[in-house]
Design a protein around this ligand. Structure first.
Ligand code: GLU
Length: 460
């Protein structure tokens, strides 16, 4: 069975790069009817892991991603790690190292002066003598010397390292007994039964160390997929200046989770030149072996484009509920369907949609000076006053009925639409921009239209 995981370190928010690896792991597990597990890597406890979990849960809920079973917390697994330290010690595969900080620093400095890679020199590897007093030892693993560690990365292909070049007898437990990062990651991945580890390629240099741990403990090595980073358009590390890095912020910015996931999945994975993918399609088509080998560039316009696609296609109820989450409840508006359908084409984000809808459903409190100057001139007052009379004498309801009476009025008075449409838009929204003027009239209804036109006539 395919088992994948997402293993964030607590940071208080979920980075979009993290969400992307989580999504890849999720898709792969779900596609294979496997399991997708969640582990919080909170061994250094400087950050609060509850807060990190809450942040992740929020994003997962919003994006409808779910993990299987209970959450694993590394901070609750110290007994397990301790047992494996003891096992390695008793099997002679790890040893106590009494090197003092000063000695280690001196060694480093010497290596640096000789332009060598800094690494532990194995002083206590086969130490038989009496240990120095007053030093709490660290535990180091006996790493294979001058040995090739090779694995077939699902994305990068064959990766190989010589142990002499990339590692040393690294510490697996500090002098206070706490285990170190690569040691616990390897143990957890093995005990959680992972078959496929999909993670950022910033972890590639950790992999040989983790393989050393797997081998020392006799665990099966999972398949690794190291996913290239998301960079900014200039090819540098993505920063907040390029776009929000906190996944949850995209909700506040008015993005749909479908758009964000679609955007993220394509940042680094492709299927021909298809851009839009539903979750069902992804579950059918996604395979981590098709993840790109090179880094991908964050493209804010693409995300916006995808969001407008979903704005046009998502069901009405979804849009109503996303609007509600952003503080605008139109669920009981009598013309909510028209309200949304007439704006879907223009609003790229839910935030824009909210602004546009607000400008129609609320009576304007001010009128855009430029629009006023441009359109409220000449005979506008005479025309509008006369149109007001027509309105009062009729009972239009639908967009079509508003269109019929308006067209008739224009024909009778030999007018062009602009002469009437722009002042009506200004009366309704306070600006000269709105969707179809007939939709606009139908949305607010005849009575409200009459009152807004009267208000405009009274103000100018
Ligand atoms: N905790 C690591 C991180 O947040 C991920 C470790 C891994 O995937 O192996 O970058």
């Amino acid at each position: 069975m395919t088992i994948t995981r997402f293993a964030p370190s607590p940071t208080g928010y979920l980075h979009i790069g993290g969400l992307r690896t989580a999504l890849y792991s999720y898709l792969w597990a779900r596609k294979k009817d496997g399991k997708f597990l969640l582990r919080i890597e909170d061994t250094d406890q400087k950050r609060n892991s509850d807060e990190a979990l809450e942040a992740i849960k929020k994003v997962f809920d919003w994006c409808s991603l779910n993990y299987d079973g209970d959450v694993y917390y590394q901070s609750k697994r110290f007994d397990i790690y301790k047992k494996y330290v003891e096992q390695l010690l008793s099997e002679g595969k790890a040893y106590k190292c009494y090197m003092s900080k000063e000695e280690l620093t001196a060694l480093r400095e010497e290596q640096m002066a000789n332009k060598q890679r800094t690494k532990y020199n194995g002083k206590y590897r086969d130490f038989k003598g009496t240990p120095p007093e007053g030093i709490e030892p660290v535990i180091r693993i006996k790493a294979p010397e001058n040995t090739i560690i090779e694995f077939e990365d699902g994305i990068k292909g064959k990766v190989s390292f010589n142990t002499d070049d990339v590692l040393d007898d690294f510490i697996i437990a500090r002098s206070d007994g706490t285990p170190t990062y690569n040691f616990v990651v390897a143990i957890d991945d093995a005990l959680m039964g992972l078959t496929d580890v999909i993670r950022g390629d910033d972890h590639l240099s950790n992999t040989p160390k983790q393989i050393v741990v797997y081998q020392a403990l006799g665990f099966d090595i999972p398949k690794f997929y190291h996913v290239p980073m998301i960079l900014n358009p200039q090819g540098k590390k993505l920063s907040k200046r390029d776009g929000a890095t906190d996944a949850m912020e995209y909700k506040t910015l008015g993005y749909f989770p479908e758009a964000l996931l679609n955007f993220l999945v394509r940042l680094g994975w492709s299927y021909g030149d298809q851009e839009v993918f539903s979750m069902d399609e992804l579950l059918e088509l996604f395979d981590p072996k098709d993840i790109n080998k090179s880094a991908s560039a964050y493209n804010a316009d693409k995300l916006l484009w995808l969001n407008s696609h979903y704005m046009k296609t998502l069901p009405l109820d979804r849009i109503v509920s996303d609007l509600k989450d952003l503080g605008l409840d139109i669920s009981s508006h009598p013309n909510k369907e028209l309200l949304i359908d007439s704006h879907r084409e223009r609003a790229k984000t839910v935030v824009e949609l909210k602004e546009q809808i607000n400008s129609i459903i609320n009576t304007p409190t001010q009128y855009a000076p430029k629009a006023v100057k441009k359109f409220l001139k000449g005979e506008w007052k005479t025309i509008m006053t006369s149109f007001l009379e027509t309105l009062k004498q009729n009972t239009p309801n639908s967009s079509q009925e508003f269109e019929d009476i308006t067209v008739k009025f224009m024909e009778e008075n030999d007018l062009k639409l602009g002469k009437l449409a722009q002042p009506i838009r200004i009366a309704v929204t306070g600006t000269a921009v709105s969707p179809s003027v007939y939709d606009t009239m139908a949305i607010i209804g005849k009575d409200e239209l009459v009152s807004r036109v009267e208000k405009l006539l009274g103000e100018f």
